[in-house]
Design a protein around this ligand. Structure first.
Ligand code: GLU
Length: 305
């Protein structure tokens, strides 16, 4: 007897929120947390939290714990143990070794100043030099990705076809910095692959780097996730609410009004009666009413705190 053909089964949904601990959770980062949570839960999926602490000079002591405490007081409970990128050096080194074996890396000794004065986009002079001569010195050098088959565009579930600037998308970007720190592009891709993330929901300030990340997925022969880039909260045009521009940390003692405003921001059809709900009730209501079709197709929304 022949087996009946089953429709292609989709892998179970796995989403994530990946804050950098450069300060407390503020309204802008809450949007990414809530959006990724509602999208995961309305797809009967898992929602993971990963702390992206790979850049110690930009980190604030105690911020990771405070972010996690804030998520908990907002009822945003993660489904699997937290991953800390500061503990993932072995995985990043293994990925770099494989890329090196595949001849997709080179050492670059150019300084930021040199690149800026040559127009800001790296033209690959050290790649040519390594091809001609030998390996550049490993000291004081960054590791760059040979972006020989760049990704220039992708489909975002909210914004549709996103075409990126060719020069930006094709640059041989850095995977390990001169100071020995791993670059965000490397760490985020290695971890999203390892955690089996099927869809990435994050702020649209990360639309551009997505093409670089997709080029890395291809080089690592990994299947790619889907993407939803949410509008970011901006205090004025092109000025997103961020830790760097002093966005206030969220109030842990009274989450409902802020959660309600986050729902409003995401265009959920809220009504004031929800202000009397518990965080759990409000989030359950959000899961039941969430749909990415409701989201404004905008990269940013002006917002006053
Ligand atoms: N860690 C990044 C941030 O806090 C987000 C990375 C991502 O979602 O890919 O901006």
């Amino acid at each position: 007897m022949t087996k009946s053909v089953q429709p292609n089964e989709m892998p179970p949904y796995r989403g994530r929120f990946a804050p950098s601990p450069s300060g407390p959770l503020h309204f802008g980062s809450l949007i990414a947390a809530v959006g990724s949570y509602l999208q995961a839960k309305s797809n009967q999926g898992k929602w993971l939290v990963r702390i992206e602490d790979i850049d110690p000079p930009r980190e604030v002591p105690g911020a990771s714990d405070l972010i996690l405490k804030t998520l908990t007081s907002y009822g945003l409970h993660w489904d699997e143990p937290i991953i800390y990128q500061s503990q993932r050096s072995d995985a990043y080194e293994a990925a770099l070794n494989q890329l090196d074996l595949d001849q997709r890396l080179y050492h670059c000794i150019c300084t930021r100043k040199m690149i800026q004065s040559a127009g800001g986009i790296y033209q690959g002079s050290c790649r040519e030099k390594e091809r001609r001569d030998n390996r550049n010195s490993e000291d004081e050098s960054a590791l760059r990705f040979i972006n020989s088959t760049p990704t220039l565009s992708f489909i975002d579930q909210l914004h549709g076809h996103c075409q990126m600037d060719k020069a930006f998308a094709s640059e041989d970007f850095i995977l390990k910095r001169r100071d020995g720190l791993y670059a965000y592009q490397l760490a985020v891709v290695v971890d999203d692959i390892e955690q089996g993330i099927t869809e990435i929901v994050r702020g649209s300030d990360l639309l551009e780097p997505t093409v670089r990340q997709l080029a890395l997925y291809a080089a690592m022969k990994a299947s790619t996730p889907k993407y939803v880039h949410l509008p970011v909260a901006a205090t004025k045009p092109n000025f997103k609410l961020s830790k760097q521009n002093g966005a206030p940390g969220l109030d842990l003692s009274n989450p409902i009004p802020t959660l309600y405003r986050a729902f409003q921001f995401l265009n959920l059809p809220v009504n004031p009666a929800l202000l009397d709900a518990s965080t759990e009730e409000l989030l359950n209501w959000g899961v039941a009413h969430w749909h990415i079709q409701y989201l404004p197709k905008q990269r940013e929304i002006l917002f006053t705190t």
